[in-house]
Design a protein around this ligand. Structure first.
Ligand code: IPE
Ligand code: IPE
Ligand code: MG
Length: 246
């Protein structure tokens, strides 16, 4: 008996976002280097991507590397970038088999050229897939994303193609990297940390937040299903009162 059977597939979140945290602590707990944790985190990604697609989730967005993560020791950053390259390479066949479309958000031009090229290639290869949209947030900063959107809109106003009064929430959202996605209804963070760490600040305005103590390399599709079940038990009121919802 797992959690999957209890999930109401008519009430699935369309978009699940995950802050995959705790790789370093997981490795340290086993007396290994932090990088060992990142390698094992890939196994969790594989299982969760497959599990999400199998359930019928449309969008899965994984916080893979933040803009702030560039400040980690060079050895770790290099290892993560190398892991990214080899993983994309290895997983592409599975993504095709599972009809997954790969997408990215963030300043991916900041990534090493090999990594950047590999990503573009994989996105092009999977572009026609119609199943799960797997978005990797890479070199991602939500504040930067918002500032860039504001700048792009300001430029259009400056050029006279847009009036300041025409700026509204929908238009603003169209200038974010997530323009073609619905907002996440569910945000999961692993490793017992209760913070957002500059992730999807605009997009999670009304997301349900789910925190688990599990470290990312221990997280599997069953844990995703447990989080979705928890989500389905909540009442999303959007400022209204219970009687209006039911
Ligand atoms: C998440 O795990 C992966 C990345 C941020 C790249 P961490 O590397 O942050 O692991 P902890 O939080 O230090 O245990
Ligand atoms: C957030 O985790 C970024 C990713 C999961 C990629 P961090 O481990 O970098 O976040 P902080 O530093 O604990 O806030
Ligand atoms: Mg961390």
């Amino acid at each position: 008996m797992g959690f999957k059977e209890d999930i109401d597939t008519h009430k699935l979140p369309q978009h699940v976002a995950i802050i995959m945290d705790g790789n370093g602590r997981w490795a340290k707990g086993k007396g290994k280097l932090r990088v060992f944790g990142h390698h094992n985190g890939v196994l969790s990604v594989r299982d969760v991507v497959e599990g999400a697609g199998e359930l019928g989730i449309k969008y899965l967005t994984l916080y893979t590397f933040s803009s702030e993560n560039w400040n980690r020791p060079k050895f770790e950053v290099t290892a993560i970038m190398e892991l990214l390259i080899s993983t994309i390479n290895k997983e592409i066949k599975k993504l095709m088999e599972n009809n997954v479309r790969l997408n990215t958000i963030g300043d991916i031009e900041m990534l090493p050229k090999k990594c950047h090229d590999e990503l573009l290639q994989a996105m092009a290869t999977t572009a026609g897939n119609t199943g799960l949209v797997l978005t990797l947030a890479l070199s991602y900063s939500s504040r930067r994303e918002i500032v860039n959107a504001a700048r792009a809109i300001a430029k259009r106003v400056e050029a006279g193609v847009l009036k300041a009064d025409d700026i509204d929430e929908d238009m603003f959202a169209q200038h974010l990297h997530t323009a073609d996605m619905p907002d996440p209804e569910l945000l999961i963070r692993t490793s017992g940390e209760y913070r957002i760490s500059n992730y999807l600040l605009w997009q999670i305005a009304y997301a349900e937040l789910y925190f688990t103590d599990k470290l990312w390399p221990d997280f599997r599709r069953e844990d995703l299903y447990e989080a979705i079940l928890d989500y389905q038990k909540r009442e999303r009121r959007f400022g209204m009162i219970s009687e209006q919802i039911n």
